[in-house]
Write a protein that binds this ligand. Structure first.
Ligand code: 5GP
Ligand code: ZN
Length: 111
């Protein structure tokens, strides 16, 4: 997808601090962290929202969640973490390539 910043990160055209990569996903540090640990888990396939989840993509997102769980200790998240998926304007989604925010490393505020 042209002009998608996360497709460019996936392709290595824009540098990022990658902490995990396999054939279908990448996890890298958010450039503007909102917690002590702030990572983004991104599928290599471009699609924007959960409204576009085919059965295959739904299974992929399941594997992303599973991978985050399995990498918990390696990512420094043993004391707990929060997963966030912003969808659309009201949620403030700015990058229209589905991504799971991974927040942790400290006690997280919750209103
Ligand atoms: P959204 O607001 O769409 O849920 O989240 C997009 C996230 O991507 C933001 O937290 C923002 O800081 C992050 N981000 C935007 N551009 C870049 C970039 O070029 N590199 C990295 N590592 N993160 C980015
Ligand atoms: Zn993309």
């Amino acid at each position: 997808m042209e002009n998608c910043i996360f497709c460019k990160i996936v392709a290595g055209e824009i540098p990022s601090a990658k902490v995990y990569e396999d054939e279908e996903m990448v996890i890298f540090k958010d450039v503007a962290p909102k917690a002590k640990i702030h990572l983004l888990c991104v599928p290599k396939e471009h699609f924007a929202t959960v409204m576009e989840l085919t059965d295959e993509r739904a299974a992929l997102v399941g594997r992303m969640l599973q991978k985050i769980g399995r990498l918990r200790d390696m990512l420094g998240l043993a004391d707990g973490f929060r997963l966030v998926v912003n969808q659309g304007e009201n949620a403030g989604q700015t990058v229209h390539h589905l991504h799971i925010h991974i927040l942790g490393g400290e006690t997280l505020p919750w209103e």
